[in-house]
Design a protein around this ligand. Structure first.
Ligand SMILES: [Zn+2]
Length: 150
């Protein structure tokens, strides 16, 4: 597995941990990026998280990695995906209407997201990660969480 595949899969694991710790208010992803072993996820949120919350996100993400939970990849019609998961499969910025078939990344109980990228077969493939930085942009109500694979 390439480091990019591992870091990309980590985005889903970190996103799940963010929602576990900060709640549904953090459920909308506004952007993601991966550069080598470094990843960043940006979610809509209304405040700066505490240091304790950030440490808890990191702890839960690493716990999920250690658990080595298998990743489910589904390819299904958009209508079927919406029937199963509602708008949880979507990010903040909607997919264009002409896309009628989705590949969906699903880590049951943790994260579900329409995503056509490559993933590790299970969370253990990510390896350990460390949250290196968070940045809250109050004017845009966006929280950026950056991490490195370690
Ligand atoms: Zn993905």
């Amino acid at each position: 597995m390439s480091v990019e595949t591992r870091a990309h899969t980590a985005l889903h694991v970190v996103k799940g941990a963010i929602v576990k710790v900060l709640g549904d208010g953090a459920r909308w992803t506004a952007g993601t990026s991966v550069d080598g072993a470094h990843g960043r996820i940006t979610v809509q949120f209304d405040r700066k998280p505490t240091d304790e919350e950030v440490r808890e996100i990191e702890r839960l993400a690493n716990e999920k990695i250690k658990e080595d939970q298998p990743v489910d990849i589904h390819v299904l019609s958009r209508a079927e995906a919406e029937a199963r998961w509602g708008d949880l499969v979507y990010d903040l910025f909607p997919l264009p209407p002409h896309i009628t078939e989705l590949q969906v990344f699903h880590l049951p109980g943790w994260n579900v997201n329409a995503c056509n990228k490559e993933h590790t077969p299970s969370t253990g493939g990510v390896g350990e990660l460390a949250i290196t930085k968070t940045r809250f942009r109050n004017n845009k109500q966006l929280l950026e969480v950056s991490f490195d694979l370690v």
